[in-house]
Design a protein around this ligand. Structure first.
Ligand code: BTN
Length: 254
């Protein structure tokens, strides 16, 4: 909050020590007219949510669990692009904070090496086919000693402390994220669209060029992640040579 060099994001901050989910709280505030840029932060979440109904491990004092209210004028079909824009900001912020390169796994994970450090959960409220508001939920494992992760996360999760070797003040993490996100978000909404972010995304990504399995609602699609198009859609070349467009999926590296 102090010394936040933004003019929009995080200009109003709502803090809770313990909360079920900052995304749920941000939804309520957004429906009650909270301005764009309002940031909900909690020290601990008792029911932190991940994508696809999964839980998000959110113990006290350990991470940045926060949700940002955004009000872009956007067709519903483009809303998922905000997650990609945010991922670019996250990768930059986490690289800067740790001095170690962070990579984007399409669409919403930030990894160090093969381990996930940050996830993004974008939830939308729509009116007809226009976005009314978005809640951008960001979870970053900051000061979690590796042994504190639950058994099932041991091999797939890491924290900034784990990467850097020393604890990082969480306020610094919040600040870095807001300051990286604001210019990218503005460029995106002020007419640039995802096309204006695409090259930046590619620079930070660790998805393209790899053999993947995309778990989609239509079933798994296996092949090489070829490219991301100007709308943020992932293009995958299947083994039979056909190229598939992937709009939403969980990606596993083969
Ligand atoms: C994922 O990778 O599945 C997304 C994880 C998103 C977690 C964050 S923590 C803050 C916000 N509140 C929630 O309940 N979830 C998001």
């Amino acid at each position: 909050r102090d010394g936040l060099r933004t003019s929009l994001l995080g200009q109003s901050i709502v803090y809770h020590e313990t909360i079920d989910s900052t995304n749920t709280m941000a939804q309520k505030l957004a429906l009650n007219g909270a301005p764009e840029g309002t940031l909900v932060i909690a020290d601990e979440q008792t029911a932190g949510r991940g994508r696809r109904g999964r839980n998000w491990f959110s113990p006290p004092h350990s991470g940045v669990w926060m949700s940002l209210i955004l009000r872009p004028q956007l067709p519903v079909a483009h809303a998922a692009q905000i997650t990609l824009v945010t991922a670019v900001a996250m990768a930059r912020a986490l690289t800067r904070l740790t001095g170690v390169e962070a990579g984007i796994k399409w669409p919403n994970d930030i990894l160090f090496d093969k381990r996930k450090c940050c996830g993004i959960l974008t939830e939308m409220h729509a009116e007809f086919d226009q976005v009314h508001h978005l809640v951008l939920g960001i979870g970053i494992n900051v000061n979690v000693p590796q042994e504190q992760f639950p058994e099932e996360l041991q091999s797939i999760a890491t924290s900034l402390q784990g990467v850097k070797g020393v604890p990082i003040p969480r306020a610094e993490v919040v600040r870095a994220v807001m300051e990286e996100l604001e210019p990218l978000y503005r460029r995106y909404v002020d007419g640039g669209g995802f096309a204006s972010i695409r090259e930046d995304w590619k620079r930070s990504n660790i998805t393209l060029g790899r053999q993947i399995v995309a778990q989609t609602a239509r079933g798994p699609i296996t092949g090489e992640a070829l490219d991301i198009d100007e709308f943020g859609v992932l293009l995958v070349r299947r083994e039979d040579g056909e190229t598939e467009k992937i709009y939403s999926a969980d990606i596993l590296f083969a």
